[in-house]
Design a binder for this molecule. Sequence first.
Ligand SMILES: [Zn+2]
Ligand SMILES: [Zn+2]
Length: 114
Amino acid sequence: MHSSLYSTKHECLLCGDVITNPICYTCLESEVEEWLTGRMPAIIPKVKKTGKIFASYTHQGTRCILCGNNMNVCTHCYCYEVNKLFENYPRLAEEFVEFFNFELRGSSNFVTQG
Ligand SMILES: [Zn+2]
Ligand SMILES: [Zn+2]
């Protein structure tokens, strides 16, 4: 481990957590889009609108492991925002968390028992 360039810790600009799994919002967005296409395509434009919020957070930071774009907001924050779109669709919200499983379960709102 001597790639000092990449060993610097990058923190999420929104929550302050260290970004351990750098995947930028555009990459996540296409995943979400694909996932929604078979379920509720009507929500896709909203997802894209949410993505625009994150477009301003693409300066410096770390690099997306998938596309190499700069990014400095963690996947958790992105998923949290997208998850809000499903508040009227509990089943979708549940599936979303299950499908993307980006530590959302760690928050108290997603306690799983039994
Ligand atoms: Zn974050
Ligand atoms: Zn990316």
